[in-house]
Design a protein around this ligand. Structure first.
Ligand SMILES: NC(=O)c1ccc[n+]([C@@H]2O[C@H](COP(=O)([O-])OP(=O)(O)OC[C@H]3O[C@@H](n4cnc5c(N)ncnc54)[C@H](O)[C@@H]3O)[C@@H](O)[C@H]2O)c1
Length: 273
């Protein structure tokens, strides 16, 4: 088979590969012949080249993992993430965004021209426009967990929804970095999944005690929960050679939910339009 996606024998790094969307993407990448380096706090079952334990809420942990990674990386997949509740607002932002940014910027010099970065944001982050000033203030901080932790301690009241804020940060960060990375021939994108059956959803509804009805408000027009593969596959496509002129986008992967909201066919619950 010809390697139209460009992954055969390529080094790729993926976080969150132990479960859900990241697991589905990691398996697909292995099937496509990539050398997959998987970073996760949990055990990774996909037969990857190398699985490295890392806690994305911790700078030193990420530094130790980065030291184990190869010198050239064709694609980075940022999939690790947690819901809040049950995680605290602070932990959620530190894992979902600060860790993602720290890892991305630690690896940037290893990504050659033609390489790409794809992250998982969320429908929950798509109300970033009304909150842009706060997000920009947070993004202007030093790229460190210490600086983020201090800002969150001082500004917790302005954040409140830690999960939504962490995903707004991913979307704004992705769009903000695109121009500079384009000068180096590197692409950066993210996806915004609608509700998906995964470890995340189990935690959100179980330990987080979020009722089914609250989640169902965000289901696509077909009323279906997505699978991990429904999200992992477009992520693999976005980082592939086939999407070689696509950068700076947040792609809603929601079977028409965002379109419905933007067209005024459905309530805009979080300020997407
Ligand atoms: N499931 C949904 O409905 C949904 C919707 C929109 C966005 N998302 C996002 O999708 C991404 C993937 O989540 P999923 O739904 O596949 O859930 P999941 O729980 O199945 O997978 C998340 C992965 O992240 C890992 N992880 C958690 N904390 C970590 C840490 N501190 N350090 C390193 N790894 C850590 C977990 O071990 C797991 O392998 C997350 O960023 C999540 O926020 C999920």
């Amino acid at each position: 088979m010809s390697d139209v996606l460009g992954y055969n024998n390529a080094n790729v790094v993926i976080t969150g590969a132990a479960s859900g969307m990241g697991q589905a993407a990691a398996q697909l990448l292995v099937d496509l012949g990539a050398r997959v380096y998987a970073l996760d706090i949990a055990e990774v079952s996909v037969p990857v080249e190398r699985a490295i334990k890392v806690d994305m809420s911790d700078t030193a942990n990420i530094d130790a993992a980065v030291a184990e990674l190869p010198a050239d990386i064709y694609a980075l997949f940022n999939c690790a993430g947690v819901p809040a509740p049950p995680f605290s607002m602070e932990d959620c932002v530190l894992i979902n965004f600060t860790g993602l940014r720290y890892l991305t910027e630690s690896l940037l010099d290893r990504i050659p021209e033609g390489g790409a970065i794809a992250s998982i944001a969320s429908t929950a982050g798509m109300g970033w426009k009304p909150n842009l000033d706060t997000v920009r203030e947070f993004l202007a901080l030093d790229n460190s967990h210490a600086a983020a932790r201090q800002w969150l301690a001082e500004n917790g009241k302005r954040v409140q929804d830690g999960y939504g804020f962490s995903k707004q940060c991913i979307i704004v960060y992705t769009m903000s970095q695109a121009a500079e990375l384009a000068q180096r021939g590197i692409r950066i994108n993210c996806i915004a999944p609608s509700p998906t059956d995964s470890g995340f959803m189990t935690k959100l509804k179980g330990e987080g005690q979020i009722p089914d009805e609250a989640v169902e408000l965000f289901l696509p027009p077909n009323g279906r929960y997505a699978s991990g593969a429904d999200m992992g596959e477009p992520l693999v496509l976005l980082n592939s050679r086939l999407a070689g002129f696509v950068s700076g986008n947040n792609l809603p992967v929601d079977f028409g939910y965002t379109a419905q909201v933007v067209m005024g066919q459905r309530d805009d619950l979080i300020g997407i339009a």
